[in-house]
Design a protein around this ligand. Sequence first.
Ligand SMILES: CC(=O)SCCNC(=O)CCNC(=O)[C@H](O)C(C)(C)COP(=O)(O)OP(=O)(O)OC[C@H]1O[C@@H](n2cnc3c(N)ncnc32)[C@H](O)[C@@H]1OP(=O)(O)O
Ligand SMILES: O=CC(=O)O
Ligand SMILES: [Mg+2]
Length: 734
Amino acid sequence: MSKPKIVPVLPQTDEPNPTKIPNERMTTPAGLQVAPVFDAFVKSDLPSSVTPVAFYSCLEDLVNTIEPKIQDALKTRSALQAQIDEFHRKTGPIEPSKYITFLQSINYLVPVPESVTISTSGVDEEIATIPGPQLVVPVNNARFALNAANARWGSLYSCLYGTDVFGPPVKGPYDASRGEKVTCWVRKWLDDVLPLDEGSHAEVTSYECEGGEMRPKMKEGKFLGTREVNGAKHFLLENNGLKIEIVIDKTTEVGKADTAGVSDVLLESAISTILDFEDSVAAVDAEDKVEAYKNWRGLMVGDLEARFSKGGKEVVRTLNANKTFLGPQNEPFEVRSRSLLLVRNVGHLMTTPTVLDKEGREIGEGLLDAITSVALAKFDLEKDSKLNKNSPENSIYIVKPKMHGPEEVKIACDTFDIIERHLNLPPNTVKLGIMDEERRTSANLNACIAAASSRVAFVNTGFLDRTGDEIHTSMEAGPFVRKKNMKAQPWIAAYENRNVDIGLACGFTGKAQIGKGMWAMPDLLGKMLEEKIGHPQAGANCAWVPSPTAATLHATHYHRVDALKRQGEIATGGSRSTLEQLLTVPIIEDPSAWTAEDKRDEIENSAQGILGYAVRWVDQGIGCSKVPDINNVGLMEDRATCRISSQLLANWLHHKVVTEEEVIAAMKKMAEVVDKQNANDQNYTPLAPSFDGIAWRAACDLALKGRTQPSGYTEPILHLARLEKKKEQRAESK
Ligand SMILES: CC(=O)SCCNC(=O)CCNC(=O)[C@H](O)C(C)(C)COP(=O)(O)OP(=O)(O)OC[C@H]1O[C@@H](n2cnc3c(N)ncnc32)[C@H](O)[C@@H]1OP(=O)(O)O
Ligand SMILES: O=CC(=O)O
Ligand SMILES: [Mg+2]
């Protein structure tokens, strides 16, 4: 069989890097060269307390002070990787104690600090003391971003009825028997989480408020107040810090059929939400970055609006206002209707063509994200009334992904020190979310937390990137287990437990979040309802969900499990895993045990994920997609899931488990499947039969060149391909 020809997307030596094609640029007083669209944004869209001069002088300081540190850190990553590769190539089967000694000798493992206690202050209750779901949303999609901000509350009835909890989702007129399953489930759940002094919620014929008390009676402190909305009476209750509204409305079909007239039960759902600039977003140039920054601005100002048509109706979506209730003595009080918003910046690796330094080099994208996110969050801090603020405690929450070890955490903190100084913010206004998603961070988590001890507001386990880095770091050690077996490997249990144990030992309870990862099967919410209770049970006070609906269903778990109490129980038990377990590389001894079918399944599965994701990323600029897998289950695919597929294929190719020809054959076969899956999308350009589009070539690069990508990331290939595509689209539209 002749070797298939793949035309790489990565530029060849004499081909200009499309990001470096000279553009007309503005030169700032600080000597930075700025894309006009971004300069216009800086001049017209920042709060008046951040003048363009102040903004650019801060950016210049970051470029001069932090950029060299980032470059050094990236060199350290490469140097460590080279030494680890060499170790595996020379050493053969891994002996744990020798391996750990080696990792210490190269400073991959740093000394564990004696005792670390975080001192973060000014943290909002949504982070510190209200355990609950954390929603993530691509920031550049205003419609979704508004939906996410408003996802603080959700209808439990709708979420149970409309998803697969009681069988495949149904369309059409109200199905009363399905509705009854929903109401029975909810009554039973209410009995579990808000038991009545006597009897069951299922027997209640009427909910009343008499003389400041709720009837039927429940435990003291659970009933908070009432409100009336268009004739419907809402009872506000609380459990484990989370609010619940029981809605009585006998004018609705559901309320009419219910003995107590209950038409819905509303739950506080997405307690916090991460507006994502990173792995769920495709933002490759100044236009893309400005579009995303504008959405963050709209959320911080409070005036973001999205107009779209849905079900034949024109919708104008804006941010919800707080809800007003009357307490037991008829005193009015407000309840927050919006999720507490955090923002995830990009990591340390990528640069952006939006701003060039004096020498014409792209500056760190993370630096631009950091200063712009903070500058725009000043709109929120400067609001008069606490009630309208995202952060009544005057904090800004920035999640920093993909950091490798404590030096890189320190770089993030140094960045925020500089920004706070320039923008006249009190020190430590910016609270840092440390994603524990690279192996060197997991292995040195104490030291990472110590490096941010006055700012850290969360650590969380992100299984997806972490798996990609697991494969990349130990690429030379041998062939990795199949993707579907990864979750059962010893390193994962150690990783999840250690993250919680270390967070607890560092005093996170009541001050910061210990989070768990994404539910990546957005349509399998029945399964999520069964399984994701495992997250609060494991001591997490938040865990990621992909949609508002998932947030409402996951909220039910935090009513059943008191996560803060659970943290106390876990903390008294001490550490549950060892470094040795964490560093157990999930390779298999004998790949010949895999049948030809096993191998085909694995490469087709990865090929489908890569293609289904990359084609929308490159051709349409969509950074997060639901892509059906080979069993037709829609999976959330983002850059991190793509990194796993890319690394797995790279690893199997490197260890000759499969050949390049087999991978390309699988890619071609799956391209046809992906084309069929997207047949109804008017904006879709098929991959087959030409197999020569930019998206196709990018997908092949992701499959074949994963071993040489920095840390095995997908963004360098995706960014270049998208820039090429945009150039092609611009040329076509002329
Ligand atoms: C490893 C990591 O980094 S994980 C973090 C990154 N991942 C994410 O952020 C995932 C975020 N989720 C998503 O982007 C989407 O849910 C997807 C891509 C997975 C699925 O999207 P779709 O196929 O369009 O979803 P679907 O058709 O089921 O639902 C769309 C509806 O749900 C809403 N929705 C879906 N996801 C979200 C979300 N994350 N936030 C807010 N609203 C959402 C949409 O607004 C839309 O409702 P509308 O019509 O009223 O506006
Ligand atoms: O960012 C989350 C992850 O799992 O990766
Ligand atoms: Mg990640």
